[in-house]
Design a protein around this ligand. Structure first.
Ligand SMILES: [Zn+2]
Length: 400
């Protein structure tokens, strides 16, 4: 199957960037950037020409040939200029085009320490950022700018950025067409090792992700906070995401696009807050169930109390409480929501929902038989057993 660059772009990168491009603050910053560029055009190329070394086709014929092949594979039509800058740290970057020229920069150490297959991945990755117009979301300007983004926007910028890297990695893998080289390139980038004294082993590198998964599946614990605010997915996760890509229909494997994307979302969930903000299918199903069950618990004894409303809004945001909920419809949808969660979430995640629900049930400091009945219905529906409810209710629970 022949694939084009757009077809292999990560689904969440597409979705999240679409939403971000419509965000008022993102729009405002983009307008400011456009205005500054109009007043002072072509500053980037001028700066590159005076600080880095342009690699002409005569100086770097191999690199130019490779870049031309990547350009063709990704169906780009912007002429390239390649630059090197002195740095012991393996790094490469790509800038927004100026005067119809696209600039790709390489650290000197990377050009000398990476073999052809590894370089091909790096070039494809950088060109991927351009092919997917990732520069249209000015994440750096927004996060460093004067107008501080609200936490929700900041979180979506970081989450999007990690999926943008996944897209660029796929573009790189598509160009390199050799998983071993690609993984070695990511290993070198992450470790700074050149391969002289340390021998790379793909399986061992991937085992690191399994260990992360074991640690993150403790009930009630999402990924550590520093992970949420990371622009790049952790390298072994990137390799694992590429293994999934390699096993998908895009690389001649069996997995469908939907299977690929849901596998990647599960992996990336390891770096996301909790299911309340997570972008995985499991997180979405868990939110839907928590929402419905929380409405039912809060209304179990007549009306939603002020304390219940307050807890509810801590989960779902200010203004989430409505006057005219259709309780019967929500009630009727509960089985379906439970089935989705049973299918998509781990047992630890299911217990997490119950735990969060207990907060609503205990909002007034005690629970009523009606509230406990809803909790038990949920426990049974998820196949967890009644005892989980009693255990969870008696344990001290804190909102994350
Ligand atoms: Zn990148």
């Amino acid at each position: 199957m022949t694939v084009n660059a757009e077809a292999i772009r990560s689904e969440n990168d597409k979705k999240l960037s679409e939403a971000l491009l419509n965000d008022p603050l993102v729009k405002k910053v983009n307008e400011q950037i456009a205005k500054a560029e109009e007043e002072n055009p072509y500053t980037l190329r001028r700066r590159l020409l005076s600080t880095s070394v342009r690699l002409s086709p005569r100086m770097a014929p191999g690199l130019h040939k490779m870049a031309a092949e990547c350009v063709e594979k990704l169906a780009l039509d912007t002429p390239l200029e390649l630059y090197a800058f002195p740095s012991p740290q393996y790094n490469a970057m790509c800038f927004k085009p100026e005067e119809g020229r696209l600039f790709v920069m390489f650290a000197s150490s990377l050009l000398e320490g990476f073999d052809e297959g590894e370089l091909r991945f790096v070039v494809g990755h950088e060109l991927g950022h351009h092919a997917y117009r990732h520069h249209d979301v000015p994440i750096g300007y927004i996060l460093r700018g004067n107008t501080r983004p609200d936490p929700r926007l900041a979180l979506s910028l970081f989450t999007w950025s990690r999926y943008a890297e996944i897209s660029a990695d796929r573009a790189g893998a598509h160009c390199a067409h050799d998983l071993e080289s690609v993984s070695r390139a990511l290993f070198k980038l992450a470790s700074g090792l050149s391969g002289g004294t340390i021998e790379f082993n793909l399986q061992d590198f991937l085992d690191q992700v399994d260990d992360m998964q074991v640690l993150d599946h403790k009930p009630g614990e999402g990924a550590p906070k520093e992970d949420w605010f990371s622009t790049h997915p952790f390298s072994p996760l990137r390799v694992k995401a590429l293994v999934l890509f390699n096993e998908s229909e895009f690389a001649g494997g069996k997995a469908s696009q939907a299977e690929l994307e849901s596998g990647v979302r599960e992996l990336m969930g390891l770096m996301e807050p909790s299911y309340l903000e997570g972008r995985t299918n499991a997180a979405e199903a868990m939110r839907r169930l928590l929402f419905a069950a929380a409405v039912l618990v809060a209304n179990a004894d007549g009306e939603m109390s002020e304390q219940e409303a307050e807890i509810f809004e801590r989960f779902f945001g200010p203004g989430a409480v409505q006057e005219d909920w259709n309780i019967e419809a929500i009630e009727a949808s509960l089985d379906d929501r439970m089935e989705q969660v049973s299918k998509l979430a781990t047992e630890a995640q299911q217990i997490q929902i119950l735990r969060d629900l207990c907060l609503v049930a205990r909002a007034e400091g005690h629970t009523t038989p009606e509230e406990r009945a809803v909790l038990k219905r949920l426990a049974r529906g998820l196949g967890l057993g009644d005892s989980v409810v009693e255990q969870t209710l008696s344990a001290s629970v804190e909102l994350d």
